[in-house]
Structures are given as C-alpha cells and as structure tokens.
Design a protein. Structure first.
Lengths: 321, 118
C-alpha cells in the first residue's frame, strides 16, 4: 500500500534523509559548541575541552557524510531530471547540465563551496574568527537547502516568503535536533564526573540549550505554519493527499518531541538545578539523557519524512480548488 | 498492544489509505486555451504552470491536424511560463504535448488540444 504516493523513490528519499540529518548534526554541534558550552566552560574547563573535541569530531563526521550523501543526491537527481537510466545520467554532459543549468545544480555548487569553507575552518579551529566562520558556513549549508526544494519554485512574493520561512525552518531544526546530540554527550559525561564544577557545567549548559530550544521551537512553529499554508493550503488537502497525510505524521512526531522537550525544560532541568545530593542529580541526569535520546530518534524520523515530502507533489497542487 | 488500541488505529489507517482527490494540476492555463477554438492558426503557443520551470529539462511540441510537427523547436522558458513559436497551418485539431521539470525537481507531462478555424 502506497499511502503517500512516493513509490519508487526509495534511494532518493533515503539519501535526502541522511543528508538533512547530517547537515543538521554538523550545524547543531557547532552552535552547541559556540553558544552553549563556551560561555559556561569555566565551570569545568577539562570537561568543556573534552566535549569541544567530541563536538569537533562529530562536526567532521557530519560534514564528510553530508558531502558524500550530497554527491549521491546529485546523481540521483540527475537520473530523475533527465529521465535517463543511472549509467547514462552519470555522464559528464548530463551532470554538467544539471550543475550549470538548473537551480538545484547551482544550489549544490554553492553548498559545496560552503562545505569547503567549513572544512577549512574546522581544520584551523583554534582561532575565534575560524570558529565564527565555521558556524556561519554550517548554518548557511543548512539554510541553502531551502532553494533546492519546494520553496525554490514557489512563484512571486509568496515565493520569497516561502524561501525565508523554509530557510529559518531548516536552521531552527538544525539547532534543536543537531544540538541534542552534543547535549546527550555532555549529560552522559557528567554522570561519570561527580565534581561540583561538572554538575554546574551540565546544569548551565542544559539551561542555555533549553532557551535555545524554546526559540527554535517557536521559529519552527511559525515557519511551519507559513510552509503549510503555501504547500497544503486547506484542511481538505491535508486529509486527501499523500503529502498532507505525511505532514500530519510529521506534526505528530513534532508534538511528541515537544512533550519530551517540555519535560526536560520544566521538570528535569529545575530538578537538576535544585539537586543537592548525588543520587538526585544522577537521577535527573539519567532522565534528561533518556528523554533527549528519544527526541533525537524522533528528530531523525522527521528527517526521513522530510526526505520523502520533498519528492512528493505539494498538496495544494493536487486538489481541485 | 491492547485490543481497544488496535480498533482505535484501524479507522485512522483506512482514512490514510484513501486515494488522491484528483490528478496533478501542474498546467495552470494555456494560450490558445485548452480545448478552445481560435479563428486562425496562432503564431505561438504559451503554457503557464503552477511552479517555476527548469529550461534545460522542459519541452513542448505542437502537431497539426495531419500529425506533422508545426512548432519551430525553439522553446522559451521564463519563470513559470513556456512558449514555442508555430509555423502557419490550416484548420483542424492541433495537439500540444509538454514535459516540464519544476525548479523543485518534479517532472510532469501532459497534452491538450485546441481547434483552428471551421
């Protein structure tokens, strides 16, 4: 049963999902490293340094997978655009036409350049300028995806609004879901470090990430409404199209993520801050780690759905108005 | 899973498995209009789509009542609009066949007819 009408696009959906997830992990890691951990690193410099090394390693892994999946995405897109079989679409002629004469190709080139800038900045990460440039390049790498999707083909003024909303949506999703990965690493490490400084680092970093999470969720909600208004347009289209149905599943996953995020923000973070005994602190850290891991899993499910949504015709074009 | 949960999910699955409301509506409108009659053979056919198009992968061909290709082959694409010039032809039914790639990389194709004279 093909509920969403995405039959036959399995490889393209999979590679898009992986690409979106690793782009988000790369950007989210760098945001977490710069805006969440650095300002509170004085509480436990050794733990902060160790986490810094881990986030850098994660950003590298994310970037390499982003580049590889981006190359595969380009080839699969060339197959889809040209209507040719894989071996014929992989010729220099077809690939250069896609790269130089389509918006998808041009966006791919720009994003490749951003990835190179990011790699160079990660390689010389000891300078503050390199860190700032790396952050900008990583966020640009995520935001630019908007121009290769549905937002890139929306007409007129509505198209500009759609692009702005989609770019912000991508950045907010990267900061939230991508940032959860180093948060889990920090919380897990803190459970094995009983020092007062380590507890303070975990507490303050969690509090700062919570604030960032609230801003991200607000941005995701507002821009999500704009995107849905442009791509779905009516309650009817939500229910009767594959695109609309998949979007409902995405919203359900988002709502469940919000429940776990709210538990972390309003119950467990205050409990971690108020904990005086080691047992209470470990319990709060354990639950925060567990909930954040569930959020990451749900986030990756959402990336898989986004991978599929981009291959479907927007609901608004499928219903009789 | 409890039995009540299974019964609760079933109607939802049925709702989700229902078919599409209609076919794709990528072509917004065309000039000469789809299915309409015009007095004389037009100089060109223009199609407007619901999304921006990729010129490198968008084509249109027009055939006269005898099935002969009457377009010049030079397709012009601008935004969501695609045009092709026609050589003069006689009365009868003309067929327009198009295949377009939108900027978000969805391919669609279709065809329509219009009448000249009579």
């Amino acid at each position: 049963m093909d509920w969403f009408g995405a039959g036959g696009n399995g490889p393209l959906i999979a590679v898009r999902a992986i690409h979106f997830a690793t782009t988000a992990v790369t950007a989210g890691n760098l945001v977490f490293r710069t805006l969440v951990v650095k300002p509170v690193s004085h509480f436990d410099p050794a733990a902060a340094k160790s986490l810094g090394t881990q986030t850098l390693r994660l950003a590298w892994i994310g970037l390499v997978i982003t580049l590889l999946s981006g190359a595969i995405w380009l080839v699969l897109q060339a197959v889809s655009m040209s209507g040719l079989p894989l071996d014929e679409a992989m010729t220099p002629g077809v690939l250069s036409t896609v790269l130089s004469q389509t918006q998808f190709g041009m966006v791919t080139e720009i994003r490749f350049a951003l990835a190179i800038v990011l790699a160079a900045c990660l390689a010389c990460h000891r300078s503050a300028l390199a860190d700032a440039l790396a952050l900008a390049a990583a966020l640009g790498l995520a935001a630019a995806i908007a121009w290769s999707g549905h937002a890139g083909s929306t007409l007129g003024e509505r198209g500009n609004l759609h692009l702005a909303a989609d770019a912000m949506h991508l950045v907010a999703a990267s900061i939230w879901i991508g940032g959860l990965v180093p948060l889990v690493l920090l919380l897990a490490a803190s459970r094995h470090r009983p020092e007062v400084g380590s507890a303070a680092l975990a507490r303050e970093a969690t509090r700062r990430f919570s604030t960032l999470g609230i801003v991200s969720v607000a941005t995701l909600s507002a821009t999500g409404v704009v995107n849905a208004w442009i791509l779905v347009g009516s309650f009817h289209a939500f229910v009767v199209t594959g695109y609309g149905r998949l979007l409902i599943f995405k919203l359900v996953a988002f709502a469940i993520m919000l429940v776990f995020a709210a538990l972390n923000r309003f119950r467990l973070t205050p409990r971690l801050a108020a904990s005086t005994g080691n047992e209470a602190r470990l319990d709060a850290l354990h639950k925060l780690t567990r909930n954040s891991t569930i959020e990451i899993a749900l986030g990756f499910v959402i990336f898989a759905m986004v991978g599929m949504l981009g291959t479907l015709h927007p609901a608004i074009h499928l219903v009789v108005r | 899973m409890r039995r009540s949960s299974v019964f609760g999910i079933f109607p939802l699955l049925l709702l989700l498995a229902t078919g599409e409301a209609s076919a794709h509506a990528m072509l917004d409108h065309a000039e000469p209009r789809v299915g309409n009659k015009v007095a004389a053979s037009p100089h060109e056919v223009t199609l407007w789509f619901t999304q921006k198009l990729e010129p490198a992968f968008s084509t249109v061909t027009v055939t006269d009542p005898a099935g002969k290709q009457v377009d010049t082959g030079k397709v012009r694409v601008s935004g969501n609009q695609m045009s092709v010039s026609l050589r003069p032809g006689g009365p009868g039914t003309y067929h327009v066949t198009w295949r377009v790639l939108s900027v978000d990389s969805h391919s669609t194709d279709g065809s329509f007819a219009f009448q000249v004279g009579q």
